[in-house]
Design a protein around this ligand. Structure first.
Ligand code: ADP
Ligand code: AMP
Length: 219
């Protein structure tokens, strides 16, 4: 009987919607730290060894900036150059779409590293109002690194990255944005006991050794 009802229901519901409704709730780790702290580098390592998908808010915004016909391209370009935080609706939509597309392709891919988000109060409120109950935030992986080390790594990266914001002028603004807007978000999660901190000023291997200890424990 139940089987018959189930069969009837699945015929009526459009198949894509039906599949989405059966998906696991996304499990999210927010990855935060200053510009150049090594978030992207460590996320790539995590993806190799653990079943996570890496979504970088910065990369998604750069892709959207480059997408032909994007109504937000110019706005995003200006914000990135100035090291300012792009309005949350744009970033959340890109993140949500990327999560949905990943899970539609492979429903086992429901674990996400969201890198460079939430970067400020506006990001956090946007997430809470549109993703509350729709995704579980497991913890915040915080790559703690001094400003000078961060700046020098980005200047080094800037020699080949082609990024419009890997120059000293943009970097000083990005560090200010990080200190004024992102650190308070990390402090807020810290109070909730949700931050796992790694000293990111060391070598890539040393940092990853600590990351592994955290992931092996937290899953
Ligand atoms: P983020 O994603 O936090 O901006 P990246 O992972 O892109 O940082 O790293 C910034 C630059 O620093 C890159 O050129 C990267 O190769 C280099 N880098 C990353 N981690 C380390 C590290 N632990 N030691 C030295 N250089 C690093
Ligand atoms: P990143 O690649 O993480 O260094 O980010 C580069 C730039 O993209 C930042 O300086 C911001 O201008 C923009 N950006 C990245 N993440 C976010 C976010 N969560 N919200 C808004 N803007 C962002």
């Amino acid at each position: 009987m139940i089987g018959r009802l189930f069969g009837v229901a699945s015929q009526r519901v459009p198949s894509l919607l039906y599949r989405v409704s059966l998906m696991m709730k996304p499990q999210v780790v927010f990855v935060l730290g200053g510009p150049g702290a090594g978030k992207g580098t460590q996320c790539s390592r995590i993806v190799e060894g653990y079943g996570y998908t890496h979504l970088s808010a910065g990369d998604l915004l750069r892709e959207e900036r480059a997408r032909e016909g994007s109504e937000f391209g110019q706005l995003i370009a200006n914000y990135i150059k100035e090291g300012k935080i792009v309005p949350v609706e744009i970033t959340i939509n890109l993140l949500r779409k990327a999560m949905e597309e990943t899970m539609k392709k492979d429903e086992k891919k429901f674990r996400f590293l969201i890198d460079g988000f939430p970067r400020n109060e506006d990001n956090l409120q946007g997430w809470n109002s549109s993703m509350e109950g729709k995704a579980d935030v497991k913890f915040v992986l915080f790559f703690d690194c001094g400003n000078e080390v961060c700046i020098n790594r980005c200047l080094e990266r800037g020699k080949s990255s082609g990024r419009t914001d890997d120059n000293r002028e943009s970097l000083e603004k990005r560090i200010q944005t990080y200190l004024q807007s992102t650190r308070p978000i990390i402090d807020l999660y810290e109070k909730l006991g949700k931050v796992r901190t790694v000293d990111a000023s060391r070598s890539v291997d040393e940092v990853f050794a600590d990351v592994k200890i955290i992931l092996d424990k937290e899953g």
